[in-house]
Design a protein around this ligand. Structure first.
Ligand SMILES: [Fe+2]
Length: 330
């Protein structure tokens, strides 16, 4: 697919931010050739259970470090998604919680979003605000002078995996084998066809997991698609914590601590070989979760990605906007 420029809506959404928040480091980010953006997941709880505090930390990090947009890794609205593109929870969970200076939001669907209308979340993106979800699965190729092209791929892992054990997860929309096959075909073509030097992929569920929900069968072919086509990281949520797993050159980054952080910790490689194929040993690099008194305790958190032509890294921040862990991606 040919790369397209920032959409007009992105430019419009970002333009007032310079006036509202002159301290943002956007100019510096543009000059040094690095893309900077935040990733948060598992967040929509009407500002409660740590959501509002984590949102404030996101705004602070964006001001101090520079960030141009946000990627949401799904479970955008607990517990049942949204019913319409204008219902009140767009305000109580999103518009009134997150600083407009964070810029556009690029979002994927989580299992809880399927408890309501997934079409409503897509339709919201057509209203011209900062919420962006072009379709259940979609991509965005970003280009700016002086920076390497950055191609972002947004997957619907609920449709990819099919029905899971949560009884409410598929209440709001139909998911069937034909939909799964269509996503594999369409997104596979986009990932294979992209010539961008920087490719990152986002979805809701983990391939490998040391978090509360664990790895689940059903994403082995997705993982192979990403690894065979130079995608540098699979970035997801669902696990209500922050963790980093590396396997060879591939990184698995969980940023799912936007609210209600959980603590159960599974051993490295918790996704067993029979579920995840013959990938070889995985290396757990970090695990941050709700663990009062423990060294890796957080009450909320998110990730800042900083990716340039020759190096890239991500950093986990906690609810107090303190850098908790940072690792190179390449
Ligand atoms: Fe989830």
């Amino acid at each position: 697919m040919a790369a397209d420029l920032f959409s007009r809506r992105d430019v419009i959404a970002a333009a007032p931010l310079v006036l509202l928040a002159p301290g943002l480091v956007r100019a510096q980010a543009a000059e040094d050739g690095v893309w900077r953006f935040l990733v948060v997941g598992d967040w929509g709880r009407d500002g409660l259970q740590g959501q509002r505090q984590t949102a404030a930390a996101m705004a602070r990090v964006a001001r101090e470090r520079g960030s141009e947009f946000v990627v949401s890794t799904g479970d955008n609205f607990y517990n049942w998604g949204v019913a319409s593109k204008t219902e009140h929870r767009w305000n109580t969970c999103f518009e009134n919680v997150y600083d407009p200076a964070l810029g556009p939001w690029y979002a994927v669907l989580g299992n809880h979003d399927y408890g309501g209308s997934v079409q409503a979340q897509i339709d919201r993106g057509a209203m011209g605000g900062r919420w962006t979800m072009d379709a259940r699965w979609w991509d965005r190729a970003l280009q700016k002078p002086g920076r390497p092209d950055l191609h972002l791929f947004f997957f619907d892992t609920v449709a990819w995996k099919g029905k899971e054990e949560l009884p409410h997860s598929l209440r709001g929309a139909d998911v069937n084998a034909a939909m799964r096959a269509r996503q594999i075909d369409e997104m596979g073509g986009k990932v294979r066809g992209s010539a961008a030097p920087l490719k990152l992929a986002f979805g809701h569920h983990a391939v490998w997991s040391v978090g509360p929900h664990g790895g689940k069968r059903g994403l082995v072919d997705l993982d192979k698609l990403l690894r065979d086509n130079r995608v540098k990281a699979w970035v997801h949520g669902h696990d209500h914590c922050l963790f980093h797993i590396q396997q060879g050159a591939m990184h698995y980054v969980c940023s799912g601590a936007g609210s209600k952080v959980l603590s159960r910790h599974k051993p490295p490689g918790a996704c067993p070989a029979e579920d995840c194929g013959e990938l070889g040993p995985v290396e757990e690099k970090a695990y941050l979760a709700k663990n009062p008194g423990g060294p890796n305790h957080i009450d909320g958190g998110f990730a800042l990605f900083e990716v340039g032509a020759t190096s890239g890294r991500f950093t986990f921040f906690d609810q107090q906007a303190r850098a908790a862990y940072s690792a190179p991606l390449y």
